[in-house]
Design a protein around this ligand. Structure first.
Ligand SMILES: Nc1ncnc2c1ncn2[C@@H]1O[C@H](COP(=O)(O)OP(=O)(O)OP(=O)(O)O)[C@@H](O)[C@H]1O
Length: 582
């Protein structure tokens, strides 16, 4: 599932990229027409000025009539007004297109299935969302309008020039092939470099984000120097692309200036000669030079326009590939409210990837309102069972049923609402305690309700220590709370959701014995009247479970009560003798 595609495509696909961009963002056509219309009018107003100058010089500055004065000032004002209107409208349209694409990308990203992030790094997605869309913005707001107004300026100016003096105009055309010979290959180089820079930037933000997110691991492993080195390698790679771009610019800009200067000199020399022998007026020569400067800008910008178009095509391609990735449809299927049905795995097999089977032929029933515990060696597949119940992944074979119905028939949204998942290291988000407790709930929750669930989760004393109460911030991923406190907030959150099915993944494994006792009590409260599935390494917490299922290497090798397994399952007996006697 490679989301980023970098292959070259034929040039004919360029306009396809643009079409796709406009199809995606649907900018207001009327605004585009007004903006481009204003841009054309601004160019035309600018083109009137040299004509006026010519007139003025040829009359040997013998006075400007009031009408002419008003006309020239009017031309300047019109040019400025139309130009302001163009800049505002196109910037607005560019930003609006970026907003639409970013909204689509962020919505898409949130709905990606979990396995997407096993292949693509989140940081890369963030960079694509920010940087690739900025390319689109600068193309729509800068490159596209200068191209359109450039075409207008060029066509009209050349028509005027041909009308004024066709021989001198042909001289100007000499510059076009010279410019093209330089600009086209250099433009290609710039395009390749920009693509590499975009990819490297995405890579860099993914790596940097990852290192920052694992700050504690970096510090505990004394790996600061390695981390700095790794990140700075990325910075240096970006720098080396910057240097190459600087070299290209250093070559292209003087060449462009040389061509322009050469052309101006040529025009002045040839024009001067013509003025001297009386075949050209001085005013026409000045007007010519002014037009020359006016058309040079567009000619130079055409080169960059085509490279910009390539860049935006690359960005649009990457964006459309991302938008075509399959996402979870949360609302497809029937709605379910679990009411006393048991949960059954029927011949379920699953693998994360081709190489290795994670679960094979899993059969068990978790009876309603009872506790079913999963025990087994590390890596045997216990947590994987939970990810299938949550439908983070789909089984390769077999079915998971609630009552008589496959859970796949129900909408993800309504099914997941039936489940409370308390993980080993409970995830909190930065924000307040209230934000964390009510996360994902679409209803008003009173402080009284929060007091109630915190009390059930044995968390009243946590709240007494916090001066700001439910408004207290918990820090990045809940870092300002202890492990046991985080667990209790997570348990209170589960209470508030009031799920019918509870998944507890070694919820007390990482706690000291005192915290564990409190959290166990909170969990006992939570488990009451719910169908509970619990993963435990410590048998002591599950000996009283209604059913214990022993998982080994992706298979179930025994199920029954603690007593039954002690009698019939040798590995369970070994587990019990290690854990319950120590
Ligand atoms: N996201 C994943 N992608 C690929 N393989 C995975 C993924 N998650 C788990 N696995 C593999 O699947 C197998 C089962 O893992 P699982 O986490 O379900 O085991 P577990 O019994 O819960 O282990 P533990 O008790 O250590 O938490 C392991 O071999 C693991 O390496």
């Amino acid at each position: 599932m490679s989301a980023i595609k970098n292959e070259k495509e034929p040039r004919s696909a360029e306009t396809k990229g643009l079409k796709e961009l406009f199809r995606l963002t649907q900018p207001k056509k009327s605004w585009l027409v007004i903006a481009f219309g204003a841009s054309i009018l601004s160019s035309l107003a600018g083109l009137g000025v040299p004509l006026f100058t010519q007139n003025l010089i040829d009359r040997s500055f013998s006075g400007i009539s009031l009408g002419q004065g008003v006309l020239v000032i009017g031309l300047f004002i019109l040019q400025a007004l139309f130009s302001a209107l163009t800049i505002y409208l196109l910037s607005y349209i560019g930003h609006h297109m970026v907003k639409i694409i970013r909204e689509k990308l962020t919505t898409q990203s949130i709905h990606f299935p979990l396995n997407y992030f096993q292949i693509e790094r989140p940081g890369e997605l963030v960079s694509r969302t920010l940087n690739d869309t900025l390319l689109v913005k600068s193309f729509v707001s800068d490159s596209l309008p200068s191209f359109v107004s450039g075409v207008v300026t060029l066509v009209v100016a050349i028509a005027i020039l041909l009308y004024m003096d066709w021989k001198m105009t042909l001289l100007i055309f000499l510059a076009v092939p010279i410019g093209a010979v330089v600009i086209i290959p250099v433009g290609k180089k710039i395009f390749e470099l920009s693509k590499k820079t975009q990819d490297e930037t995405a890579d860099f933000s993914a790596e940097f984000g990852q290192v920052l997110a694992s700050s504690a691991l970096v510090k505990a492993s004394n790996a600061e120097a390695n981390a700095v080195q790794e990140i700075n390698d990325g910075v240096n790679r970006l720098f080396s692309y910057g240097k190459r771009e600087a070299k290209i610019q250093a070559v292209i800009q003087p060449i462009v200036s040389l061509v322009i200067m050469g052309l101006v000199m040529g025009i002045i020399a040839y024009g001067g000669y013509r003025v001297a022998n009386g075949t050209l007026s001085a005013g026409t020569l000045i007007a010519f030079i002014m037009y020359l400067f006016q058309v040079m800008g567009p000619i130079v910008s055409f080169g960059t326009f085509f490279t910009d178009m390539q860049k935006v095509k690359g960005a649009t391609e990457r964006i459309t590939v991302l938008l075509r990735e399959p996402i979870e449809d949360l609302f497809q299927g029937e709605t379910i409210t679990v009411n006393g049905e048991s949960l059954e795995f029927r011949q379920v097999s699953f693998r994360y990837n081709e190489d290795k089977v994670a679960l094979e032929d899993i059969n068990f029933t978790a009876m309603a309102n009872q506790t079913t515990a999963f025990v087994g060696p590390s890596g045997s597949g216990k947590s994987t069972l939970f990810t299938l119940i949550e439908e983070f992944y789909q089984p390769e074979q077999g079915q998971i049923l609630i009552g008589d119905h496959p859970i796949a028939d129900y909408s993800l949204s309504s099914w997941r609402r039936q489940i409370g998942y308390v993980q080993q290291e409970s995830m909190l988000l930065s924000g307040s305690i209230r934000d964390n407790l009510t996360y994902g709930l679409n209803r008003e929750v009173t402080d009284g309700e929060l007091d109630h669930v915190m009390a059930l989760a044995c968390g009243t004393e946590i709240m007494q220590k916090l001066p700001l109460g439910y408004q207290s911030e918990v820090g990045e991923r809940g870092a300002m709370l202890s492990g046991g406190e985080r667990q209790r907030v997570a348990i209170a959150r589960a209470f508030l959701r009031d799920p019918k099915i509870l998944l507890l993944d070694e919820a007390t494994a990482s706690l000291d014995s005192q915290s564990e006792e409190v959290v166990q009590e909170a969990l006992r409260n939570l488990m009451e009247g719910r169908t509970t599935l619990v993963i435990a390494h410590r048998l002591s917490t599950v000996v009283n479970a209604d059913k214990i299922i022993f998982v080994e290497d992706g298979r179930i090798t025994g199920q029954g009560t603690h007593q039954e397994l002690l009698e019939h399952h040798s590995l369970y007996r070994t587990f019990a003798s290690h854990q319950l006697t120590s």
